[in-house]
Design a protein around this ligand. Structure first.
Ligand code: NIG
Ligand code: FE
Length: 411
């Protein structure tokens, strides 16, 4: 099957195959071609270039993109899209004055979602989750990382990971799975954290390895959740079972979790709403991608990750949704990109780099996703008629996506 997209007003993020991430000042540069075409065969980008060189290509399907912009689909490197039910009552409780922390302390929050998930069948969990997956695909997401962490028992964590595996095999969207057993301490272990960590290490991880249920291991390194010592223990154990570390860190407090992540060669450190100079230093000269989650800051009214400080220190930055029932009930990467520009003072070029190639890096797939590159997966967004790519973040809340192509197929 072949597809030719012609007369593209501007084709964004065209790169050769050697770029795996962009950092610092380079993030201000979004390589593009005006009046361009893209030629796709099966699920791959075979060629692209200026319209004057388009004549040699013929295809079964031709899409005319006059006045439209084409860019790679979003790579959402941080989500909890597999969950059961919702937490809209806690949302109202917060409006009425309770804090996120107060809600968690009285047994709401993650434990609330865990109870609901434990009482939901695997098939029902799959059905609820795929509605969200279908929604985000229409919003231009072509790759997504999905975490467990709302199970918090052996059975329920495995149930989540099996649902993620089923999504992986049933949908064209690229899926990476992360084991987040250490998301919160379950009620049954409130006075025995040691025992829960041992349950993760001795019972969950071996099955996850045997059934090949996860690519990454994650932990919520935060006051009231898991300490640096716990984080060290879980990341080390995860690595022994073949999982690459990622961390939820510096969401409410900065106390050295980033340096610990770097020590473990974490693929990414995510949240970073609170950041100090030593965190920045730790990230310099590392391979770890900092990931900002602006929809979470928006929804919880907490500080935004200081993107300017991160990028101006020469570091890369990725943007992701954090889609989950408690802190971010939205998987809309277009809103993430807009909010990064509006609230974090990222330029549209920086935000698009952060949501495509750097997002792909943060989920270990930038060899195959995240840019318009010969040989990469044909995952493309075709916009509606818009004046320029700046219009995408500018017209926040508006859906300017006309067509989404995943693996060479219009969805
Ligand atoms: O990434 N911060 C930890 N975990 C999730 C939210 C958990 C929840 O409230 O359900 C997050 O924001
Ligand atoms: Fe998260």
């Amino acid at each position: 099957m072949s597809v030719l997209i012609t007369n593209i007003k501007e084709l964004l993020q065209v790169r050769d195959s050697t770029t795996y991430k962009v950092s610092g000042n380079d993030m201000r540069h979004l390589p593009s071609l005006k009046d361009a075409f893209v030629y796709i065969e099966n699920d791959r980008i075979v060629a692209y270039g200026s319209m004057v060189n388009c004549k040699e290509f013929d295809a079964e399907t031709i899409i005319d993109a006059t006045n439209k912009i084409v860019l790679p689909t979003w790579c959402d490197s941080h989500s909890h899209i597999v969950y059961a039910g919702n937490r809209e009552q806690e949302f109202v409780d917060r409006i009425n004055g309770l804090s996120y922390e107060e809600i968690a302390n009285r047994g709401g929050g993650i434990l609330n979602s865990a109870e609901t998930l434990q009482n939901t069948s695997e098939d029902e969990l799959y059905q609820q989750s795929i509605q969200r997956v279908k929604t985000v695909m229409k919003l231009g997401t072509g790759a997504i990382e999905i975490k467990s962490g709302y199970g918090l028992t052996v059975d329920a964590e495995l149930k989540m990971l099996r649902v993620i595996k089923r999504i992986k095999s049933s949908f064209p969207i690229k899926v990476k799975a992360t084991f987040l057993g250490a998301h919160a301490l379950p009620k049954a272990y409130q006075n025995n954290k040691e025992a829960y960590l041992n349950l993760i290490i001795n019972e969950m991880l071996p099955i996850i390895e045997t059934e090949q249920l996860a690519d990454y291991v994650d932990i919520f390194c935060e006051k009231g959740y898991f300490t640096l010592e716990d984080t060290d223990k879980i990341l080390s154990a995860g690595k022994r079972f073949g999982l690459i570390p990622k961390i939820h860190v510096n969401q409410f407090n900065a106390f050295g979790g980033i340096a610990l992540g770097v020590k473990h060669d974490a693929l990414s450190v995510d949240h970073l709403e609170e950041l100090n100079d030593s965190d920045i230093t730790a990230l310099q000269n590392s391979n770890t991608m900092p990931v900002a989650l602006p929809s979470c800051s928006y929804f919880l009214s907490i500080p935004y990750t200081p993107a300017r400080r991160i990028i101006d220190a020469g570091l890369p930055l990725a943007l992701a949704t954090d889609y989950n029932p408690g802190s971010t009930p939205s998987g809309n990467m277009n809103f993430v990109v807009s909010t990064a520009c509006i609230k974090m003072k990222m330029t549209p070029e920086e935000a698009i780099n952060a949501a495509t190639i750097n997002g792909a890096y943060a989920m270990g797939i930038s060899n195959d996703y995240g840019s318009i590159t010969k040989g990469k997966k044909a995952n493309l967004i075709i916009t509606k008629n818009i004046p320029s790519y700046n219009y995408l973040p500018y017209a926040f809340g508006e859906n300017n996506i006309d067509t989404v192509i995943i693996n060479g197929v219009r969805i």
